[in-house]
Design a protein around this ligand. Structure first.
Ligand code: ARG
Ligand code: GLU
Length: 721
């Protein structure tokens, strides 16, 4: 009896734990859904300390940084921390030949040296509220999808208008649980955001794409900005008279470090997850879409690498492009492997068997959900082929830079074709293109792109045959060039105006309406145009048809999953709204026979050092600090400098830069990545393998203070020793 009790007690405990760490929770519902759980794991605060609209709470220190990252306020003068890779675009844009901040780092020694960033915004969530009944008012089950969308759209715009009447806020309404619930989010958006500091790339991007998604990790992935406001402390466009923003709240920073098993939570803006898909959806993602993307990106990366390895200028020019292509490529490999490892598709199928029993398979035995799975099957079966075609097209020939660039000229072609357009408006637009032309060629190597086109044509026409539809443009190319796609690519590139800056600038410099012929008849513009058209006419209708079916089935399936498992706590898929994930500091077993510790140290940077390999060059100053062990108060009790750590918080893209906090809500680190073996967590979370990777805040402060000599910034912060 006692034994049975114990066994089932532990079973219960372990399943509870299993669910405790999965999830990205809604701050508004924390008290109701998570407070007890979080406190039992080590949270010392209440839900109201974390999210409260009536008085200041931790929420007031969290920002959406730009469109897709998170940041946190760390001083009463509007100082914010985010990742280096989140500030990368701004750092690059502020860099010049004389001041290469990307390579050398940048530190404003006083506020007058801080650098403005046109276009960059930082948004605070003022409040969120459940507006489900208002959004669905007047929506009936009898309505068609179109009528339903229309009604929801009109309700939404009324609610948003009311919410922003007489204030300077912006409103957003987002569906949660696939439209079973709707929430209204009110944001205050600041537009004068200045760059305050960034480490050199050797620190901020240490390990580069080689270490990306990988643990053990040693990247000092942070940058510092400051929010400026008008003299009334409200958002204002850039002005030198603006003053540092006084936040309602800033985070205090803990130097106490972490122990395995410590409670942590992450507060930020995760972008997108798909945790509730039917087995078919997971199968499509990991067995069809990912393999296509992976294979095609591998080829593009291989070609870029073959040039970069031989030529440093090319490597620099292609660094950002390479990072972008490689980031997805590597993540998808990890994701597909992870789902295979846990037999994710089989787990979902097994669930569906139980689901079918629960709803009653027999159509006559009416549950409102009977027939759902069959309807999904019916929708997915033709869709798989069209999704494969779309992926093949977008990731192959339509990824060629010159083709994408050529396609961007469509508005100019349209303007010239329009009888109402004046000659002057054509000239003005052509001038705009002159500017984007400069931007395009700044980091462009024609021989790389030409080789990629040849390889992509080969892949699509030869390798994708059978798996993807073949557009007639391709059949014609084969005929014209007698199957030699390398000659085809060479010829298209030689004849096109888009592959030469001189030719294109010449054309745009003195552009008249009749010159549009030169664009329209350009072989790369033609190819771009025909492929886009093919996508639009032939492929897209199938995609839209599926989306429509999916949008009508998924809300029901979501609701059914919740009803079927009343004891399970559900979180809504990520949708770029503010969420909380919580978990524990913990290492993991990446594969049989291996085990990973939960933290890394500066020693690892020295072990990885290789002056010959760009990703592993170590700054001389960092080396000398290491040699003299001059870590100040930022070292741990045994004198080690910790660099990064991992924990079981469920995160995704968009969580970059998010604060990782301890039970008291003090900052321990900055989330910046996930472990490769766990990137499947966007589809299914595995508590054994899913870990978020964070920069240890002590390493961040050490770099600011000891490495950069910008201790005045640390003085601004609230440090708990
Ligand atoms: N993997 C991280 C993310 O998804 C970091 C990407 C930037 N770093 C890089 N080496 N490419 O955004
Ligand atoms: N690096 C990602 C980002 O930029 C976070 C890593 C993840 O996908 O979890 O948001």
């Amino acid at each position: 009896m006692t034994r049975i009790f114990f066994v089932s007690f532990f079973l219960l405990l372990s399943t509870l734990n299993l669910h405790a760490e999965e999830g990205m929770w809604i701050p508004l519902l924390l008290e109701q859904k998570n407070q007890t759980d979080m406190q039992s794991m080590g949270l010392k605060l209440t839900a109201a300390d974390i999210y409260n609209v009536n008085q200041s709470s931790l929420k007031d220190a969290i920002v959406l940084f730009g469109g897709g990252c998170t940041g946190e306020v760390v001083s009463d003068q509007g100082l914010i921390l985010t990742n280096h890779h989140c500030g990368f675009g701004q750092i690059q844009a502020r860099s010049t030949i004389e001041h290469d901040y990307l390579t050398d780092g940048f530190w404003a020694m006083n506020q007058s040296e801080e650098l403005p960033n046109p276009g960059l915004t930082v948004s605070f969530l003022v409040s969120m509220s459940d507006v489900t009944s208002e959004v669905l008012q007047g929506v009936t089950p009898q309505m068609s999808m179109n009528e339903r969308y229309k009604k929801i759209r009109s309700n939404t715009s009324v609610i948003k208008r009311k919410a922003t009447e007489g204030n300077h806020y912006e409103a957003q309404i987002r569906p949660f649980y696939y439209g079973n619930e709707y929430y209204l989010m009110i944001y205050e958006i600041f537009t004068d955001i200045r760059l305050v500091g960034t480490p050199p790339s050797n620190i901020g991007k240490f390990g580069g794409d080689t270490d990306n998604w990988i643990w053990p990790r040693h990247t000092g992935d942070f940058s510092i900005f400051r929010i400026y406001a008008g003299t009334d402390n409200k958002p204002a466009p850039y002005s030198k008279d603006n003053i540092p923003f006084k936040p309602r709240r800033h985070l205090s920073i803990s130097l106490k470090g972490i122990q395995p098993g410590d409670f942590t939570f992450v507060y930020g803006f995760p972008g997108r997850t798909e945790e509730y898909l039917p087995a078919q959806g997971v199968d499509l993602a990991v067995n069809i879409v990912n393999p296509i993307r992976i294979a095609l990106r591998e080829i593009r990366l291989g070609i870029i690498n073959s040039y970069s390895e031989k030529n440093d200028t090319i490597r620099l020019r292609y660094a950002a492009k390479h990072a972008g292509i490689a980031n997805g490529w590597k993540k998808w490999i990890g994701e597909s492997r992870g789902i295979k490892r846990i037999k994710g598709v089989e787990i979902k199928k097994e669930f569906e068997t139980r689901f079918a029993n629960w709803t009653g398979v027999d159509e006559v035995e009416q549950s409102p959900y009977a027939g759902l799975l069959a309807a999904f099957d019916e929708a997915y079966t033709p869709y798989k082929h069209w999704k494969a075609t779309e992926t093949w097209l977008n990731e192959s020939v339509l990824s060629v830079e010159a083709i994408r660039f050529a396609r961007s000229f469509a508005p100019l072609v349209d303007l010239c074709a329009s009888k109402d357009s004046s000659d002057q408006s054509i000239k003005t637009l052509a001038q705009k293109y002159t500017r984007s032309t400069d931007g395009f060629y700044k980091n462009y190597e024609v021989q790389i792109d030409r080789e990629i086109l040849a390889a992509m044509l080969e892949m699509y026409i030869v390798k994708a045959a059978g798996e993807a539809e073949q557009p007639t443009v391709f059949t014609n190319l084969i005929k014209k060039y007698k199957g030699n796609l390398k000659i085809a690519a060479d010829d298209l590139f030689r004849k096109s105006v888009f592959t030469s800056k001189n030719r294109l600038s010449g054309l745009l410099g003195n552009f008249h309406r009749k010159d549009v012929k030169k664009i329209e008849n350009d072989p790369l513009y033609q190819l771009a145009f025909q492929l886009t058209d093919y996508n639009k006419q032939i492929v897209n209708p199938h995609i839209v048809e599926f989306d429509r079916k999916f949008d009508s089935l998924m809300p029901l399936y979501m609701k059914a999953q919740m009803e079927m498992q009343p004891g399970k706590k559900f979180f809504p898929d990520a949708n770029s709204t503010l969420r909380i994930s919580y978990g524990k500091v913990n290492g993991y077993v990446p594969e049989d026979g291996a085990s990973y510790n939960y933290y890394t140290t500066l020693n690892g940077i020295m072990e990885k050092e290789n002056p010959e390999v760009y990703d592993y060059v170590v700054e001389p100053k960092l080396k000398s600090l290491y040699n003299s062990k001059d870590y100040g108060r930022y070292a741990d009790a045994s004198g080690e400098m910790h660099t990064c750590f991992i924990a079981t918080n469920h995160t995704t893209g968009g969580n970059s830069g998010s604060p990782v906090m301890n039970g008291e809500g003090q900052l321990l680190g900055l989330n910046f990545d996930r472990c490769w073996e766990g990137t499947m967590s966007d589809l299914m979370y595995d508590p054994d393998k899913c870990r978020n990777i964070s920069l240890d805040i002590r390493y961040c402060l050490f770099i600011i203070d000891k490495f950069a000599g910008a201790g005045h910034l640390v003085k601004e912060m609230t440090i708990i020793e």
